[in-house]
Write a protein that binds this ligand. Structure first.
Ligand code: UT7
Length: 328
């Protein structure tokens, strides 16, 4: 079977207006700017307004990506939204977005792989287009993590922010586009990073609310150790599958969780910081939205030239990980 070359033909991002700085957090929990900056690299993050949900952020990012790609909503065949903060349990945020956009012929579904969700979403959609099933797909990472963050828990509340990033996938000239995907999961690490309440195991109840089970729970140090190991492994495996080497990388776009995790990946890959897109100081960790926001900003800033080798790599709850190599 002859596969069609698939690449990103448009990208865009959106972050809400409200800024929460480290100084603001000093007023909320026992922490300080110096601790947050040295341990994470984060200086501020964006917070959605009370009446904004993930589909609202996704909508803004999607409009920009579609504008850049030069396609209309009616041309979309597929919408995938990667999120751990859907507007509601169902209908999916992808269906809500499909309606907002007026993308009448598009199939739509959400994908739950936490911070690796965007890469999982790309891998799914690329196959649909490569095999000729669909022509255009919209992949969005959208999160309102502020709505599931306990702002009395200093272990987590300093990390997370809200935002959305989107790409449109379509056919690209031979020699460009996606070359490989490396996806993985280790469910035994699930308890390290989770929201326990509100599902079928533990439905929302006064007791679950009292126990704060509707908020993110994280064992930070364990997740950190996993992240340092998996970022390098996943990126190297994706490069190997693509038949490429570390030396070929022009830009690394990693999940924006912690500057120290990113630095250890750079060391492992022998890359200088100039070859890495970093924006976590402005947005914190936006889970599934981190990588597409960083990618859209890199494109906007002119950091991606035709023919560049771009490596995307992320990790997250599940535990999950994902990496991809593409030629821009
Ligand atoms: O998208 C994936 C999601 N998660 C992640 O990527 C998180 C990965 N983990 C991390 O990024 C880091 O583990 C953290 C930034 C969360 C924490 O950094 P750490 O260097 O692992 O710190 P720690 O948890 O080992 O805590 C060190 C100390 C502790 O005090 P003691 O026990 O040494 O007295 C903490 O209580 O720092 C304390 N601490 C804080 N101090 C000031 C923890 N949080 C804070 C805080 N401000 N916000």
């Amino acid at each position: 079977m002859n596969l069609i070359p698939v690449g990103i033909i448009g990208s865009g991002s959106y972050v809400p207006e409200r800024v929460l700085t480290n100084k603001d957090l000093e007023q909320m929990v026992e922490t300080n700017d110096e601790w947050i900056v040295t341990r994470t690299g984060i200086r501020e993050r964006r917070l959605a307004a009370e009446d904004q949900a993930s589909s609202d952020l996704a909508y803004q990012a999607a409009l920009k990506a579609m504008g850049k790609a030069g396609i209309t909503a009616e041309q979309l065949d597929l919408i995938v939204v990667a999120t751990i903060t859907p507007d509601m349990a169902f209908p999916s945020t992808a269906c809500i977005l499909q309606d907002k956009l007026g993308a009448k012929k598009a199939a739509a579904f959400d994908l739950s792989a936490a911070c690796s969700g965007f890469i999982y979403g790309l891998a799914n959609a690329v196959n649909f287009i490569a095999t000729g099933t669909y022509k255009y797909a919209l992949i969005v990472g959208a999160e309102c993590l502020s709505k599931i963050t306990d702002y009395t828990d200093r272990n987590t509340c300093i990390l997370f922010g809200d935002g959305a990033g989107a790409v449109v996938l379509g056919q690209v000239p031979e020699g460009r586009g996606f070359r490989s995907f490396e996806l993985g999961a280790d469910g035994s690490g699930g308890p390290l990073l989770k929201i326990e309440g509100g599902g079928s195991r533990n439905p929302s109840s006064p007791a679950s609310l009292e126990a704060k089970q509707h908020y993110i729970y994280m064992e930070g140090r364990e997740v950190y150790k996993f992240a340092v190991r998996i970022m390098g492994n996943a990126a190297e495996e994706a490069l190997r599958k693509a038949g490429m080497d570390k030396e070929d990388i022009d830009l690394l776009v990693p999940h924006q969780a912690n500057i120290r995790i990113i630095q250890s990946a750079l060391e492992r890959l022998n890359l200088p910081e100039e070859k890495c897109m970093i924006n976590l100081h402005r947005y914190g960790n936006v889970s599934a939205a981190s990588i597409p926001i960083a990618l859209a900003e890199a494109a906007e800033e002119g950091r991606l030239r035709e023919g560049d080798c771009v490596v995307l790599v992320g990790f997250g709850g599940g535990l999950t990980w994902g990496a991809s190599v593409l030629i821009w």
